[in-house]
Design a binder for this molecule. Structure first.
Ligand code: 5GP
Length: 214
């Protein structure tokens, strides 16, 4: 028996952070460098924006369809954001995990809690913190041309999100983006090697039992 007979169940990798902490840059780098990792595509009732692709950015559905999906238990998690419904469809995620594919999620702390209830040991969660309040403020100011008042309200929302740090498996303080990407990649590599995720290990090891052969 060769090592390639040892297959692996995929894992669900959740990245959460307040806006401005660097989550999208880290997600992009992980997706670019790791073929076995794909982004989960959510369903939403929000109208499609120009340039958005059905099935790639979102599955665009009407409210009635969304409610039918809830009733049928088709979501791993769902939430209402700015008056629109968003949810993570269960089917594609489960199929990916079975096929040994890892799935990346960009959801907030509430979505993470729901995912954890539905996914248990498949879930690996990382929270990204900014290195300081000053740096978060600087990043939020430089990203948006918003008024001071808008940035203040983003800052208080950021703090509300950050207060959930203790519910995550791993914490990355994002000082240098290259270092943070490396840390996230190390977490992914270590979690992939976990015994529970690897199938046929018993058969693989038994195939090396010399005594049983003679
Ligand atoms: P947008 O409409 O700008 O694409 O997304 C608005 C917000 O909805 C973002 O904060 C995004 O993270 C959140 N969101 C997108 N998809 C999902 C999802 O499947 N579940 C949850 N809980 N939030 C989502």
């Amino acid at each position: 028996m060769s090592p390639d007979k040892v297959s692996r169940r995929g894992l669900m990798l959740v990245l959460s952070s307040p806006s401005g902490a660097g989550k999208s840059t880290i997600s992009r780098a992980l997706l670019e460098n790791h073929e076995q990792l794909t982004m989960s595509v959510s369903a939403t009732t929000r109208p499609q924006r120009p340039g958005e692709i059905e099935g790639k950015d979102y599955f665009f559905v009407d409210q009635e369809t969304f409610e039918e999906m809830i009733a049928a238990g088709e979501f791993l998690e769902q939430a209402t954001v700015f008056g629109n419904s968003y949810g993570t469809p269960r089917g594609p995620v489960m199929a990916a995990l079975e096929a040994g594919q890892d799935v990346l999620f960009d959801v907030d702390w509430q979505g993470t809690q729901q995912l954890r209830q539905n996914a248990l040991e498949d879930l690996v969660s990382i929270f990204i913190l900014p290195p300081s309040l000053e740096e978060l403020e600087r990043r939020l100011f430089s990203r948006n041309q918003d008024s001071e008042q808008v940035v203040r309200s983003r800052m208080s929302r950021a703090y509300a999100e950050m207060s959930h740090w203790a519910e995550y498996d791993y914490i990355i303080i994002n000082e240098e983006i290259e270092d943070s990407v490396k840390t996230a990649e190390s977490i992914l590599a270590a979690e992939r090697a976990r015994r529970e995720r690897q199938r046929n290990l018993g058969d693989f090891v038994r195939s090396m039992d010399v005594a049983a052969r003679s």
